[in-house]
Write a protein that binds this ligand. Structure first.
Ligand SMILES: [Zn+2]
Length: 116
């Protein structure tokens, strides 16, 4: 009635799986394989699979997910910082250009006054 399924267990004898409703990573004792349990997050009944979602005791999905999000955040921040730097330089150039134009305007007005 309770056959041994070694492939379903990690070192701790626990089953790792995801809630069918909210996809929360859940850990239960391997003895609960095939049973229906209420999710710890959303409270809905979810089926405990016979085999573990991760056959090896690798880092849980949640951890790799967080690491991926952190990398994504890092690359986005680098990108935005680069944009801000570029625009700051561009702003500085426009200010210098405007200053030059203002000086030129004063010169031209001066010449105009002389010739009239
Ligand atoms: Zn859930």
């Amino acid at each position: 009635m309770n056959p041994v399924r070694p492939q379903a267990r990690n070192e701790a004898g626990d089953l790792l799986f995801k809630c069918q409703h909210c996809a929360s990573p859940l850990v239960v004792n391997a003895a609960a394989a095939g049973m229906t349990l209420n999710c710890q997050r959303c409270g809905k009944p979810t089926l405990v699979p016979i085999t573990s979602a991760s056959a090896s005791p690798a880092p849980p999905q949640e951890l790799t997910d967080l690491q991926r999000k952190l990398k994504e955040n890092e690359s986005q921040r680098t990108e935005i910082t680069s944009y801000i730097n570029q625009l700051s330089i561009q702003l500085h150039r426009w200010k210098l250009r405007l200053q030059t134009l203002n000086e030129r305007k004063t010169e031209l007005e001066e010449e105009l006054r002389k010739t009239t």
